[in-house]
Design a protein around this ligand. Structure first.
Ligand SMILES: Cc1cc2nc3c(=O)[nH]c(=O)nc-3n(C[C@H](O)[C@H](O)[C@H](O)COP(=O)(O)OP(=O)(O)OC[C@H]3O[C@@H](n4cnc5c(N)ncnc54)[C@H](O)[C@@H]3O)c2cc1C
Length: 422
């Protein structure tokens, strides 16, 4: 490939204790948490609203945060934000969970479908009220490295090319944009043909008006509609890593053309498309090759360096703990990740990346970064007992109670037994 060399002198804008690249739910949780610890924080978001896939990408469902037997597992900011989303917008919380953990056994799961745009507005308020600085419409591009230590990050925005220095950098771009360029080893995934927006039509608006519930006005409208497990992925459509501009464009063009083809078959006066996903609905683009790879084989295991307990959103009972090692590497002392690019494999990656765990790992990454700054060590070397105490103070469950572990520990995912992994 032909190349050009660009030599640029770039203005140094400011120094921050913690820079968070990416304003998805993991990034917002990280920024709010570090700012509340008294650190100077900058969060850099390439789009115009916060929330990432959970708002911009229209993925507006807090998946279940309980074990499917009436016991809540996921708390912390995930619990707060689930409740806030129900306070400011419509809610779908099951009656038994409306007032907190039910007193009686229930198989109803604790989950919430929310208004993505109202949640985005709420995240802006949360982040700004925490004291963090926020840059919208700004891309975190290149890290400036001294060996494997990050000195800061180059940004591109309306202001041009600029540099911000930092003590700690948390890359929560979902794609490891900065960590990859820092040379951190990463692993890429593939993504199915999925593109879901919302429309309103005459029937849905009538149903909303009749019930007094605006949520009933929205209906899904698809380009590709392949589910989490890849069921019905068309043979003639590729799967995309999502890590090149050509792949992202191919994914968007194919999906948008298919959506329009489907819409052309319906009466143009009877419906309108009101929300399109404004970022690609890629589930798994890139995660770090962290010090530990989380898999479903970790079901029911306790970890000494757990930073949060999580549950399987799609199957009852399965409980997990997330080791700090999934968020960092020993050889990169001041760079870490959370959310979609935490180190997991297969369905384990799916469990780590969904909205509630992404929020918790965002909190954990920020607390680890703050502790590393305060104690002058690398993030992988923080005093794990101190970190866990702090996270418990943030209302996060670190170890699931053994009383929640079922007698039959067989783990079946989408009909397939995973016993081989144990
Ligand atoms: C089709 C689909 C269905 C899903 N269904 C559910 C579901 O029902 N429930 C659920 O809980 N989860 C679901 N998920 C998963 C969940 O939405 C995401 O994994 C989660 O929201 C990821 O959060 P994040 O903060 O880690 O990353 P992201 O949401 O990807 O956020 C990354 C942010 O970084 C920004 N960014 C990217 N690059 C840069 C850069 N270079 N500089 C600055 N900013 C940058 C992006 O604009 C974005 O705001 C689904 C995902 C998909 C794709």
């Amino acid at each position: 490939m032909n190349t050009v060399t660009i030599n640029k002198t770039v203005p140094v804008k400011a120094h921050y204790d913690v820079i968070v690249c990416g304003g998805g739910v993991a990034g917002c949780a990280a920024a709010v948490t570090a700012a509340k610890r008294g650190k100077s924080v900058l969060i850099i978001e390439k789009s115009n609203i916060l929330g990432g896939l959970a708002t911009l990408g229209l993925i507006n469902l807090f998946v279940p945060m309980c074990n499917g037997r009436g016991k809540q597992i996921i708390f912390g900011l995930a619990e707060k934000w689930l409740r806030d989303s129900a306070r400011y917008g419509y809610d779908t919380i099951a009656d038994v969970w409306k007032n907190g953990e039910p007193l009686e056994y229930t198989e109803e799961r604790y989950m919430q479908r929310y208004s993505p745009y109202i949640f985005a507005l709420q995240l802006t308020e949360e982040v700004k009220d925490s004291g963090a600085d926020l840059l919208f419409d700004c891309i975190a591009c290149e890290p400036v490295m001294e060996g494997k230590t990050c000195k800061g990050v180059i940004t591109e925005s309306k202001s041009g090319t600029e540099y911000y220095s930092c003590d700690m950098l948390i890359d929560v771009t979902g794609d490891c944009d900065v960590l990859r360029r820092a040379g951190m080893p990463t692993v890429s995934g593939t993504n199915f043909f999925t593109y879901i927006g919302y429309l309103i039509n005459l029937e849905s608006c009538a149903a909303a008006a009749e019930s007094g519930n605006i949520r009933k006005a929205y209906k899904g409208v698809c380009g590709g509609s392949v589910n989490l497990y890849g069921d019905n992925q068309p043979a003639d459509v590729p799967q995309w890593s999502g890590l090149t501009v050509e792949e992202v464009s191919d994914y968007l063009i194919r999906n948008q053309r298919l959506m329009l083809k489907n819409l052309k078959k319906t009466d143009r006066n009877s419906r309108d498309v009101v929300m399109l996903p404004l970022m690609p609905q890629f589930r798994t683009t890139c995660h770090i090759a962290g010090d530990y790879t989380f898999t479903v084989g970790d079901a029911y295991k306790h970890f000494d360096d757990s930073v949060c307990a999580i549950n399987d959103f799609d199957h009852k009972d399965h409980l997990f703990e997330v080791p700090l090692r999934t968020l960092c590497r020993h050889d990169y002392p001041n760079m870490l990740t959370a959310g979609r690019s935490a180190c997991g494999d297969g369905y384990g990656w799916d469990l780590l990346r969904v909205i509630p765990p992404a929020i918790l790992t965002g909190q954990a990454a920020a607390e680890a970064a703050c502790l590393a700054i305060d104690t002058g060590v690398g993030v992988a070397d923080v005093d794990i007992g101190k970190l866990q105490n702090t996270l418990e103070g943030d209302d996060i469950m670190i170890h699931f109670p053994d009383s929640y572990v079922p007698e039959d520990k067989t783990v079946i995912i989408h009909g397939v037994s995973q016993n081989g992994h144990f």
